[in-house]
Design a protein around this ligand. Structure first.
Ligand code: COA
Length: 335
């Protein structure tokens, strides 16, 4: 006897999005002294004017819970309807159990399937791809995908390559069944030859062996900025082009471009290389939110829709890229 797929594959879409930005707004002027920089330099090189930092007692899960509640309510669902939770993060301060299982206890739905993924700034797009395939094959019906980061816990305020870039926040989407195709096949992969371009060092194990933070520092994220910049500009545009082709559309069919908010110059360069149409709405949430890694695409999507409600139901290209180096992209119908 052979096993069978008893149900035909199911179309999927993003049903809703929710966002949470911590209340504390941090202007460049608060960052510059520790890194001998200026507001002008940061704005010119990255586009960032302000970002949000979570309070000391405000956890990653607090932020994720706030974003998730909004997304679930906007989907017209309750927490109990969510059968799977995928949490993309690199800043949950416990190796186990997962951030996703802490979140489902807060949501009062402790029986949902729940797991974390670590694909850094590509993590949200990785999560959308996995969630869509789970719904497509009837493993899940409603999947909550969260991108959340408290990067201020893992960024050195004196590191000239990162202190002005990283920030905190959380965004969430609910993915579920759809009559039409609402999420294209995901184009993803890695370029692990460049694995050392963005690193979190030292290892936790060094502390077990007796080292102290005073001696070896805290496991903060460091990066070779120029190397990452060059890679993003040349390689990531090809990823977006493949995702557009795989969705069976042309760049001119897109209404919005919602890439990972790493650097506004990278966003502009990608839009140019992919020959995106003139009238397209390009997410520039980085200006007031900074780079929130896995959270940046859902946060940017929420802002794009708040500022352009007419884009609901229109096509957007998502592209995530970051530490690994890893990348992921798909075309989605906006909720
Ligand atoms: C980090 C980044 C903004 C730095 O910009 P850059 O133009 O590459 O800067 P460089 O490191 O080449 O330095 C250029 C000059 O600025 C100076 N500089 C470097 N960091 C500085 C800072 N924080 N403030 C002021 N000046 C700085 C350098 O000393 C150098 O000065 P010099 O020309 O007198 O020697 C840029 O490389 C970047 O955004 N990279 C991508 C990072 C990214 O997106 N990471 C996340 C991926 S998910």
């Amino acid at each position: 006897m052979k096993i069978q797929n008893t149900q035909p594959s199911q179309n999927t879409r993003i049903l809703s999005v929710g966002a949470y930005r911590p209340s504390r707004v941090v202007p460049n002027s608060e960052i510059v002294d520790a890194i001998e920089s200026t507001d002008e330099w940061i704005q010119q090189r990255t586009g960032i004017k302000t970002r949000h930092f979570a309070g000391e007692d405000e956890s990653l899960i607090d932020m994720a819970f706030a974003a998730s509640k909004i997304a679930i309510a906007r989907a017209g669902l309750t927490s109990e309807d969510i059968d799977t939770v995928i949490f993309s993060t690199i800043t949950y301060p416990f190796q186990a159990p997962s951030a996703a299982t802490e979140l489902i206890t807060r949501l009062g739905n402790t029986k949902a399937a729940a797991f974390d993924i670590n694909a850094a700034c590509a993590g949200f797009s990785y999560g959308v791809g996995i969630a869509s395939d789970l719904v497509r094959n009837h493993t899940s019906k409603y999947v909550l995908v969260i991108g959340g980061e408290k990067l201020s816990d893992f960024t050195s305020p004196t590191d000239r390559a990162t202190a002005f870039i990283f920030a905190d926040g959380a965004g969430a989407v609910v993915i579920g069944p759809s009559d039409e195709v609402g999420i294209s096949a995901t184009t993803w992969g890695a370029d692990a030859d460049n694995r050392d371009a963005i690193m979190m060092t030292p290892s936790w194990l060094d502390f077990k062996k007796g080292a102290t933070v005073d001696k070896i520092g805290w496991p903060d994220i460091s990066q070779e900025g120029q190397r990452v910049f060059r890679w993003a500009v040349y390689e990531v545009a090809q990823v977006g082009k493949k995702a557009i082709a795989s969705a069976g559309i042309k760049p001119s069919d897109l209404a919005a471009f919602i890439p990972h908010q790493a650097n506004e110059r990278i966003i502009d360069s990608l839009a140019k290389s992919m020959e995106l149409p003139d009238g397209i709405v390009i997410a520039r949430d980085i200006q007031t939110t900074g780079n929130t890694s896995a959270a940046s695409i859902p946060l940017a999507m929420d802002r794009v829709l708040a500022e352009n409600p007419q884009l609901s139901g229109k096509l957007a290209l998502l592209i995530g890229f970051g530490a690994g180096l890893v990348f992921s992209s798909q075309v989605v119908v906006l909720p």
